[in-house]
Design a protein around this ligand. Sequence first.
Ligand code: SF4
Length: 106
Amino acid sequence: MENQKTLTIYQPPTLRKMTITFLKLGWRVITEALKGKNILVAPQVVSTRRSICSQCDYYQQPRCGHCGCFLPTKTLIRAAECPINKWSVDSRVDSKISTKANQGAY
Ligand code: SF4
């Protein structure tokens, strides 16, 4: 009994707060897409993000109990960030334009 880990269930954010978070992220994704940047991160980044989330107290599969985001999707998006800074926006810049240029070189 003494060694039992206490499971904390966090209250999800309000619908209003989740909507604002979703709209802000959507705006950043659209902005990056319009700049010609990739909106998704590399598989290694997804894996690292998901590993961090899976060990977080707020993790309530498949969602984050802090921001309410659907983590299988959120961890794919380059402009997404953890609300408590456990992981951040993937700042590596590789645009679609340069990717296309690289593909053309082969
Ligand atoms: S996004 Fe951040 S707060 Fe949410 S589960 Fe992942 S690491 Fe935890």
